[in-house]
Design a protein around this ligand. Structure first.
Ligand code: FAE
Length: 580
């Protein structure tokens, strides 16, 4: 098939209209991903899945019947189940389909993160980012861009298929993980169960009893959620920053809560003891962790690969979807190398298509399909109900007598819960500033209850998705955060830091989110289980299902919801052919 479009490796930058635009020319060509699994991974107990873990070039080493990615994802291939993406929703779906006997192909636009670079590390650190940090940018775009307005954090980098993307829509930017494992490669690992009453409100068609009784526990076990040892936490220098912030919140009458995580806290203690290589204690997090993190490639995806029925093709970006005449769907996917050079464009048919490309990726594919006439009967709810989970970042300046510590674990372990505040519900996490020097800064990510929603729109002329979201729609979130942190500042006679969020003095960063939610909302754009009405065999499995707000960090809920939905779909649809 001939190659006609822009290289798939391009990333996104802002333009004035809120359309996401792809930045920069493709980098000079580099070698295609022809990797094998790292020795450490093979030794790490997931050898059974290592064939497909290795991606290209390893089909011959398969211990099971799994077909290699070059074969499974060849132009003209047909698979029973195709999953787009390898994040939470996608990983759950692939595993459960495979356990039910289905052969599954997963297409992921990012690369495998299992090969050490020249420095012997798979991922780069937050303070010394290189090209591995960013998805096709010429400069890193860390959320905390400056310090004393000096802009010291961001670095020039070579455009590359790096692990963290930032998609800019004018007045809102969205961070997302890119690679096999999606957001699980870069996120803070906080695995928080939402308030029951709020979950009922945002997902009224979901039986909360089932979620709390069955699917949250299942998701927690699979993701290896664990908690910090309280005695160690209270004594270690690595969490001084959390304790200082907790004490001041308590003075304002705000309740602290410990946050469970998928980072292995036992490993972290060994890091502190100096008996293992450091990761969370060495400034690694948003560009990946070289150790300690239970990302999806170690949990759900490893289990999926072990079934022998799942194949993952990395560096494959799905561009479009259409119906297949004989039933099912056909996707067009672009295969690139790590430098963004397009190698092939393929068409792959499937009987069932599961969209797990995240809130942005899934919504874009469906909007494009509707607006280009490929799937003209998709309903008007596609693209609606999007929100940033009320995210606002804020920082406070500490008194000189309250140092937050030169040594800070990158893994947050404490939250502050004021969700019951009737006017301004806030759930804030105490996040580190792992600068390696004393900064006297307390940093937070606040999750607020912002009722505003955005809408995605497709621009036919540019073939891109834009977001209708204006700056003042962040107003309710900032107001809630201000009320919360004013309370803390008053109680401790402290003030905000104004120098951390870009060149203009501001106390709140309200122009980006880590938690994009919605676009194909459950029960509106889909039925109560993620099926798209009128399109047998077409499903949404990811954060696009949640209508813009959850009150807590979302991945545990996305995982549990995907478990709930796929259980039903396997029982009702997979046992019977799609469409009957
Ligand atoms: P996601 O994990 O985003 O996976 C989608 C996958 O699809 C990605 O691998 C994409 O590369 C891939 N993809 C997209 N489009 C295409 C395409 N067209 N073709 C092929 N592949 C495609 O989706 N959440 C928490 O609960 N706790 C936290 O502590 C937390 N911290 C965060 C920190 C950061 C810096 C970030 C960025 C996010 C954080 N999140 C956190 C959010 C969390 O990672 C996110 O809600 C989930 O990853 C969303 O899961 P999905 O399955 O929706």
């Amino acid at each position: 098939m001939s190659v006609q479009r822009h290289p798939s490796g391009a990333s996104h930058t802002a333009n004035a209209t809120g359309s996401s635009t792809r930045s920069g020319p493709p980098a000079p060509s580099g070698s295609p991903e022809a990797s094998g699994p790292s020795r450490r991974r093979l030794l790490g107990g997931i050898a059974a899945g290592a064939v497909a873990l290795g991606g290209y070039g390893l089909a011959g080493a398969a211990p099971s019947a799994a077909v290699g990615p070059e074969e499974a994802a060849r132009d003209g291939a047909y698979v029973p189940a195709l999953v787009v993406g390898t994040g939470y929703g996608a990983a759950v779906t692939a595993l459960r389909l495979a356990e039910a006997g289905e052969r599954v192909l997963m297409l992921e636009m990012g690369r495998w993160w299992n090969r050490p670079g020249a420095d012997g590390k798979i991922f780069c650190g937050m303070l010394d980012p290189d090209r591995r940090s960013s998805w096709f940018r010429t400069r890193t775009a860390a959320p905390l861009g400056s310090f004393l307005w000096l802009g010291v954090v961001d670095r020039r980098v070579e455009p590359y298929a790096g692990v963290l993307d930032r998609v800019d829509f004018g007045s809102m930017a969205v961070y997302a993980g890119r690679g096999v494992g999606g957001g699980s490669l870069v996120n803070g690992g906080m695995a928080v169960v939402p308030r029951r009453a709020y979950l009922r409100q945002v997902l009224p068609r979901v039986d909360a009893g089932e979620m709390y009784g069955r699917y949250f526990p299942r998701a927690r076990a699979m993701l290896r959620v664990n908690g910090v040892d309280r005695t160690w936490f209270e004594g270690t220098e690595w969490y001084r920053y959390s304790r200082v912030a907790r004490e001041q919140a308590a003075r304002a009458g705000i309740r602290p809560v410990f946050l469970d995580n998928v980072y292995d806290f036992r490993y972290m203690r060994a890091e502190a003891a100096g008996t293992v290589p450091r990761s969370a204690l060495a400034g690694e997090l948003i560009y990946g962790n070289n150790h300690g993190r239970n990302s999806l490639d170690k949990t759900y995806l490893a289990a999926a690969l072990r079934t022998g029925r799942v194949t993952i093709a990395s560096l494959h970006r799905v561009r479009s979807i259409r119906r297949r005449r004989a039933g099912g769907y056909v996707v067009t996917a672009e295969r690139s190398d790590e430098s963004g050079r397009r190698i092939a464009v393929k068409e792959i048919g499937c009987r069932r298509l599961f969209l797990g490309a995240g809130s942005l990726g899934t919504t874009e594919l469906l909007l494009r399909a509707r607006e280009t006439g490929a799937l003209p009967d998709l309903g008007p709810e596609i693209g609606r109900g999007w929100g940033p989970n009320g995210n606002v970042m804020a920082a406070r300046a500490q008194h000189v007598t309250d140092p937050t510590g030169c040594r800070q674990s990158t893994v947050p372990a404490l939250g502050l819960d004021a969700w019951d505040d009737p006017r301004h519900p806030v759930f804030a996490e105490i996040t580190p500033v792992p600068a390696g020097i004393e900064t006297w800064i307390s940093l937070y990510i606040a999750i607020t209850r912002n009722p505003e929603r955005g809408t995605f729109v497709y621009d036919r002329a540019t073939d891109r998705m834009g977001l209708r979201w204006t700056r003042d729609q962040n107003g309710p979130a900032v107001e809630a955060a201000r009320s919360f942190f004013d309370r803390v500042n008053r109680a401790s006679r402290t003030d905000y830091r104004y120098d951390l969020f870009g060149p203009r003095a501001k106390a709140f960063a309200d122009d980006f989110t880590y938690h994009p939610l919605g676009g194909c909302v459950l029960g509106r754009a889909t039925d109560a289980y993620g099926r798209i009405p009128g399109h047998p065999g077409l499903y949404v499995t990811d954060g696009a299902l949640i209508p813009g707000s959850l009150g807590v960090n979302p991945f545990l809920t996305i995982t549990a919801l995907a478990e709930r939905n796929i259980e039903r779909i396997v029982r009702q649809d997979v046992a019977r052919p799609a469409g009957r």
